[in-house]
Design a protein around this ligand. Sequence first.
Ligand code: GLY
Length: 381
Amino acid sequence: MATISRREFVITGAGAGLAAAAPRHALGHAPAVLTRQSVSPVVISSANGHRFRNGGTETCVELAFRRIVAGDDVLDSLIAGVNIVELDPEDASVGYGGRPNAEGVVQLDACCMHGPKRRAGGVAALEGVRTPSNVAQAVMDQTDHHLLVGPGAQAFARNMGFEIERDLNTDRSRRMWLEWKRRTDPGHYLDPDRADARRVVEDERLAEALAPDDADADADSDERYGTINCNGISRGGQICGVTTTSGLAWKIPGRVGDSPILGAGLYVDNAVGAAGSTGRGEANLYNLASFLIVEQLRLGMSPKDAGLAALRRIQENTVERRLLNDRGLPNFGVNFYVLNAVGEYAGVSMYAGQNSQYAACTENGAELLPLEPLLDGSARD
Ligand code: GLY
């Protein structure tokens, strides 16, 4: 994790006189505003931000970091980064080739926040556009609104010049949907090749997506609720974030998760930091955890502690039997990616899973780092 001392920063604003003498959490309603003299730029994201290249040479975090360092707008840079993942058909949780809903239609959610401009935009249940993050940015830049949904979002995208495609399924996402249909509705969707094991499950990820009971917490979370969140800070201390997803696999048509909701899938306050999420959106929606994390940063918590505090809140508010494992703990995964205004960062998760990682890119290059788990063991037992 980056270790820039707070001593390198000057505290200003309404609470400045007090702030010099008192701990920041003692300031009550007078927020501590950190004026950055210089921050080491950093981009963080969910692990898919350093796993997919869409046939190119750079990953999301690498591209976004390079552009931020070159002086491009931070949000433009992050969105260019997540575009790689949205467009890559190999990531079946985001954009083109994302897992469809129960009717076989790919519906996408995204939002973005520009810290310095104090602006935000989002789209939900958008069909036909491979890069919903760009439409969210157009909502931010070209409307008075913060969220457009469904056919309205698509009409807006068309009017803004986005190409509208009839179907965002790939062969792979359609096959996964059909396999799900065959398993959940075997009376109507017959599998003529059921006897041929190679046709039933062609790869391990498909198996995990279709049979989450067999998967570890992280795989369950990634495969069924997969998403990319990406947050960054420039040398000048400009903080932005973006979250984009195809949402829950096989969802009820029209279901909207946390990703496009400001305060849930993403929250940015340029004076304080940014937080975003992947994993079970319903848990995050109930707790508005990204907003909660940023407010904890405002009170002086570290990114790791603020993220763990939000996970603890989710755990406390998870009381329904169907959402608990045999130990009485949440039976789902949820992750947060947190960055503060001095460039410190962390990734946290409910449980440590097999692929429980997040991505970070600094001047030392990009890497996958372990997510800090709140709970021992796995979501399933
Ligand atoms: N976190 C993505 C979703 O639940 O839709």
